[in-house]
Design a protein around this ligand. Structure first.
Ligand code: 5GP
Ligand code: ZN
Length: 112
């Protein structure tokens, strides 16, 4: 399977790591859309949030347990936004579940 983020997890493609534990990896987005823009991913391949189910939701829980630690380490005490894009209409470009953590400035009120 050819997956960019699995390749990053395997170290085949370099990334700027901000956090790692047994189940979760986080790294700076290559094309940041905010002063802080980190991608948080499960180490298991899940194609998108639309593929979350009983069999893999523990990996997703681990991601959400990691995010507050990552936010704290990045100084996001004033808040931040978590975004996940799904499929064509959601403009998902990498088919490995990832949560964008955006912050470091006042974000816009618009969601789309
Ligand atoms: P999506 O559009 O699928 O929600 O988000 C994919 C994100 O991955 C984009 O924000 C894009 O900038 C980021 N990205 C794509 N390729 C790479 C890469 O090779 N390294 C890093 N660090 N980020 C990447
Ligand atoms: Zn993958």
């Amino acid at each position: 399977m050819d997956c960019l983020f699995c390749s990053i997890l395997e170290g085949k493609i370099p990334s700027n790591k901000v956090y790692e534990d047994e189940r979760v990896y986080a790294f700076h987005d290559i094309n940041p859309q905010a002063p802080v823009h980190v991608l948080v991913i499960p180490k298991v391949h899940i194609s998108s949030a639309d593929a979350i189910g009983e069999e893999n939701s523990a990996a997703v829980a681990a991601v959400f347990e990691a995010i507050p630690k990552i936010a704290k380490a990045l100084g996001l005490e004033k808040g931040y936004r978590i975004v996940t894009n799904i499929g064509e209409h959601g403009c998902q470009s990498v088919k490995h579940l990832h949560f964008h953590v955006l912050g470091g400035t006042q974000l816009s009120e618009t969601m789309n």
